[in-house]
Design a protein around this ligand. Structure first.
Ligand code: PEP
Length: 255
């Protein structure tokens, strides 16, 4: 296990699990995992379940996350949920800029930037998702695309808090497809992003920022991914829906 940065495993449930299912799941995963004091686990459930999940997650290392937030704290924004409301019910993390939100809900880098500001202002850690289309990778333009997303999303962030941000590299072609990027491809992009962060915020922030990978992570590939020096954890969709498979991912280095 790498020791410099605390490993982070995020369950992105998307639009799954009722409040009842969520509570059953969190009780079961806490029993299954045993002590996880040396890593962090974030359960990013549906909005409706977050408060109950927070109250039920009593073991050290387990945190609650949201899958989105709005950038204003309050106002005439029908249907939105603000970062301040999420913080109030115990959310410590919020996933922002997921490719499904960019594609299905027309989220732009500018919106993601406003949401990152809102989450930091309210004391939550943003998990910024970036990633390229397959055609972009095949055209050799992965760094251009991912670099532009990162730069636009973190514009205007106070360097004093920038080190808290988590960046999730999620190649779009690997999400929900069963086709993970290779450890070499992932390490290459993570090193590139860390270099960009160093140019903007300096080496010590770049060293402390956690970079996690998402895209068809499973109990069978987590070990090889975590072997890469710049992979600090995983953002997990499908394989986080079952307690058994997510527990194996969290405890990848235990017998
Ligand atoms: C995701 O939704 O962020 C994701 C990585 O999904 P999956 O693990 O199913 O590819």
């Amino acid at each position: 296990m790498k020791t410099r940065r605390i490993p982070l495993f995020v369950a992105n449930w998307k639009l799954h699990n009722s409040v009842r299912d969520s509570l059953d799941y969190v009780n079961s995963i806490q029993r299954n995992c045993g002590p996880i004091a040396d890593r962090e686990v974030v359960i990013a459930g549906p909005f409706m379940a977050l408060k109950d999940v927070y109250e039920q997650l009593t073991r050290p290392g387990f945190r609650v996350g949201a899958q989105n937030c709005f950038w204003e704290d309050a106002g005439a924004f029908t249907g939105e949920v603000s970062a301040s409301m999420l913080a109030e019910v115990g959310c410590a993390y919020v996933i922002l800029g997921h490719s499904e939100r960019r594609r299905l809900f027309a989220e732009t880098d500018d919106m993601v930037n406003l949401k990152i500001h809102a989450s930091l202002r309210n004391g939550m850690v943003p998990i910024l998702c970036v990633g390229e289309e397959l055609s972009t990778r095949e055209a050799g333009k992965t760094s251009d695309a991912v670099g532009a997303q990162v730069h636009r999303a973190i514009r205007g962030i106070d360097p004093k808090v920038a080190g808290k941000i988590v960046i999730a590299y999620e190649p779009i072609w690997a999400i929900g497809t069963g086709r993970s990027a290779t450890p070499t491809q992932i390490q290459e992009v993570h090193v590139f992003i860390r270099g960009e962060i160093a140019r903007i915020f300096g080496d010590s922030t770049a060293e402390s920022i956690r970079m996690i990978y998402g895209g068809s992570v499973s109990a069978s590939n987590i070990c090889e991914l975590m072997n890469e020096p710049d992979v600090d954890g995983a953002l997990v969709g499908s394989a986080s829906l079952k307690v058994e498979s997510f527990a194996k991912i969290i405890c990848f280095d235990r017998k």
